[in-house]
Write a protein that binds this ligand. Sequence first.
Ligand code: SF4
Length: 302
Amino acid sequence: MGNNNNNKRRKFYGNNAGAAGNNGAAGNGGSGGASNGGKTAQQNAQNGQRQQNKPQNAAGGGNGAGKNKPKNRGMNPANNANKNRNANGNNGGKNRADDGRKDTYVYELDGNVYINLTNKCSNGCEFCVRNERASYYGNYLWIRHGDPTAEKVIAELEKKDVSAYKELVFCGFGEPTYKMGEMTAIAEYAHSRGLKTRLNTNGQGNLINKRDIVPELKGKIDLVNVSLNAPDAESYQKICHSQYRLDAFPALVEFAKSCVKNGVACRFSVVDCIGAEAVESCRRLAESEGVPLYVRKYIADS
Ligand code: SF4
């Protein structure tokens, strides 16, 4: 997805090493997911336990509730199984005292309406925007009070003039395919109001859900945008740190191919700042797999 951290971009793209940060959480381009981040206060989305002002690692499900130590990452399979991947050594959750702030499930950006369904992610991308910031273009996207239901999101959308938007995009501080039921219900609603839908994903939805989710996307999602990030599995894992390790990259490629084959419009995306050589490698891969490639311009951080 969208816009990542500048420092990390310099680090990971600066020498065009072939690995390639693409989409951070929450933006225009691609996937969803999570790295550590470390929220100041985080609702445990699964057991309802709440802890305040205790920096911990995020990634959705919220491990170690009640403990004030950033450990147990990966104990919950829904979370990124990797260690703290904040390349700058920062804890992105520092100083996020924001008691009283409402969670943001629906936000507007660039003429689109975005849906932030979860903070869970199977990746721990080095470049993920959420590593270092709690908000994105002024939208606070860490979810402290539990992942939203479809009804909650739809109620927010009901208040809006959706004809003003180009698309409804599933993309936030997490990987949307963790919330298939919610996503497809919201997509149906969006269609009922004449709004096109896009899914920005890390492409690991079949691994995450342990089933083929492509049939569930058909007719609900008008465009699936899969963050490619790198032209091969090793490069991908080096920067994206998937909990599925080297299985992640071939799985995301297969997922994209399956979308195309089954009539779900799909494209890979990379950001141009990965360097011309890496873009070309990604282009060759995309062409060989029969999946369109979208090379988008890097957008500076908010
Ligand atoms: S896949 Fe997950 S960790 Fe990577 S950029 Fe997207 S949200 Fe962040």
